[in-house]
Design a protein around this ligand. Structure first.
Ligand SMILES: Cc1cc2nc3c(=O)[nH]c(=O)nc-3n(C[C@H](O)[C@H](O)[C@H](O)COP(=O)(O)OP(=O)(O)OC[C@H]3O[C@@H](n4cnc5c(N)ncnc54)[C@H](O)[C@@H]3O)c2cc1C
Length: 462
């Protein structure tokens, strides 16, 4: 009898298992994939970041080496080798989780799980008993009406297919201007593909601060990506080695088509709970197909919990991890907590884009008075030395109390810089607290302090 069986070994599931084991529980994790780590380590965060890194290095070699006196670097791309670098990166991480499972005496129960009844998890012909069950089965790419993905054929692909194309395409259409589409589109654009992003809405990266959306789209356009906005894709067809999509422009209903070597469908993800038997078990779902949970990640069935991409909220690895840790604490009789108001989001393009808390639009809702401190990376010595002077830090604080409400960064190391603001927000800090904190020179983090200064007496270098 296990104290806890976790179904799914993604960042939600494996973190939950490790924390539960640290708290003294006997834990088993069911995972059907060949390797631990879920979407994130196998076909998500990690392989995409490996390709983003490699393609950024290529960009540096082509665009910036000679500016620094590094001459005659003729860099060619060996796609097979880049794919093995990606595979090695993935394997190093998934094996790391296997090691952590052994270290924490967690059983990896290999196979696909169903839950025949509360307290029981069936894998193959074996039924395992558990006092508690956590569903951490994640998500899978959402389907788009009229479009059939075939990753093996490699012409109409989802993110999993796009990470493992047989060759670098000369042209690519990306359907969807969300994080995944823009990251992968940006990889292939840097590798030489002509990339066109087709988006249903009139803005890219829905939900982000409006000013950042506009600046980001401008930068990506400058890097060579093209955008077709307000376009509803209706079909995609692969024929004679090319893929063609048809779409209608929302503004006038006019019909258009685009042909490319590869079409990447990146229109979002949906919770993956198929085959678990949740209907028969009586687990209540939301109308969008997520598992419904209460404030302690408990489902409608006693002893069954759910976390990560399978439940509502941002579909992010670190949100899944936080929920994993918190639910383990709850199950062990402690107090698990996740502050959903302070979950950063990052896009790992160059420049990076990062945000936490309220956008300017959200902060102004209800007539709240706000202060905005903005600082351009052009005024930051370190960023300029690295040819990364594009972009800005935008800090939003309450107009009366000066308390930090949100931060939006587009620029170098944005994904790292955002965390000082996260910590500040967790401590209820004011913009002045950040402005009075000494930041080492020369670092790009000085731009965050300057933005905080701009909320008060004014930035120094702007
Ligand atoms: C291309 C791409 C890039 C991404 N980049 C980022 C990023 O940079 N940062 C970020 O925060 N997020 C990123 N994400 C999102 C991130 O991967 C997910 O939010 C995260 O993996 C969710 O974690 P999870 O534990 O809920 O589920 P998952 O990681 O999806 O893991 C669920 C696991 O459960 C297993 N499973 C499912 N059903 C069963 C069953 N019945 N029995 C046994 N096992 C089962 C699956 O095989 C899977 O391994 C990216 C996603 C993609 C696709």
């Amino acid at each position: 009898m296990y104290d806890l069986i976790v179904i799914g070994a993604g960042p939600g599931g494996y973190v939950c298992a490790i924390r539960a084991a640290q708290l003294g529980l006997k834990v088993g994790v069911v995972e059907g994939r060949e390797a631990l780590g879920g979407t994130c380590l196998n076909v998500g965060c990690i392989p995409s970041k490996a390709l983003l890194h490699a393609s950024h290095m290529l960009h540096e070699a082509h665009e910036n080496f000679e500016k620094m006196g590094l001459m005659n670097a003729h860099v060619d791309v060996d796609w097979t080798k880049m794919q093995s670098y990606k595979a090695d990166t993935v394997q190093g991480n998934t094996k790391g989780i296997e090691f952590l499972f052994k270290k924490n005496k967690i059983d990896w129960i290999k196979g696909w799980a169903t839950i025949p009844e509360a307290g029981k998890v069936k894998v193959g012909d074996t039924v395992h008993e558990a006092k508690n069950i956590v569903i951490a089965t994640g998500s899978s790419p959402a389907a788009l009406k009229g479009v059939t993905v075939d990753n093996d054929a490699g012409m109409i692909v989802d993110s999993t297919g796009a990470l493992a194309l047989a060759q670098i395409p000369k042209s690519m259409v990306v359907i969807g201007a969300g994080v995944i589409g823009l990251e992968l589109g940006s990889v292939y654009a840097r590798l030489g593909a002509e990339v066109t992003v087709v988006e249903y809405l009139d803005v890219i990266t829905p939900g982000m601060d409006g000013e950042v959306q506009k600046a980001f789209q401008k930068m990506l356009t400058k890097q060579g990506l093209s955008f077709v906005m307000g376009a509803a894709v209706q079909s995609a067809e692969a024929k004679d080695g090319q893929a063609t999509i048809t779409y209608a422009l929302k503004k006038d209903d006019s019909a258009h088509s685009l042909t490319a070597d590869v079409v990447l469908v990146a229109t979002g993800r949906r919770p993956h709970v198929d085959g678990l038997g949740l209907d028969a078990l009586g687990v209540t779902m939301t109308d969008r197909g997520f598992v419904k949970v209460d404030d302690h990640w408990a489902t409608s069935v006693k002893g069954v919990y759910a976390i990560g991409d399978a439940v509502p909220g941002p579909m992010l690895a670190h949100k899944a991890e936080d929920e994993g840790m918190a639910v383990a604490e709850v199950i062990a009789g402690k107090h698990g907590h996740v502050n959903y108001a302070v979950i950063p989001g990052v896009i790992y393009t160059t420049p990076e884009v990062a945000n936490v808390g309220l956008t300017e639009e959200q902060a102004k809702e209800g007539g709240r008075k706000i202060k905005i401190g903005k600082f351009p990376f052009m005024g930051n010595a370190r960023a300029k030395a690295q040819f990364l002077g594009e972009g800005f830090v935008k800090l939003i604080a309450d107009g009366e109390t000066d308390r930090i409400l949100g931060c939006h960064i587009i620029g170098p190391s944005a994904g790292d810089l955002i965390h000082e603001v996260c910590v500040a927000m967790e401590f209820g800090a004011s913009a002045e607290d950040l402005a009075l904190t000494c930041h080492a020179h020369p670092t790009v983090s000085e731009a965050v302090r300057e933005a905080a200064l701009a909320c008060g007496g004014g930035a120094i270098h702007a």
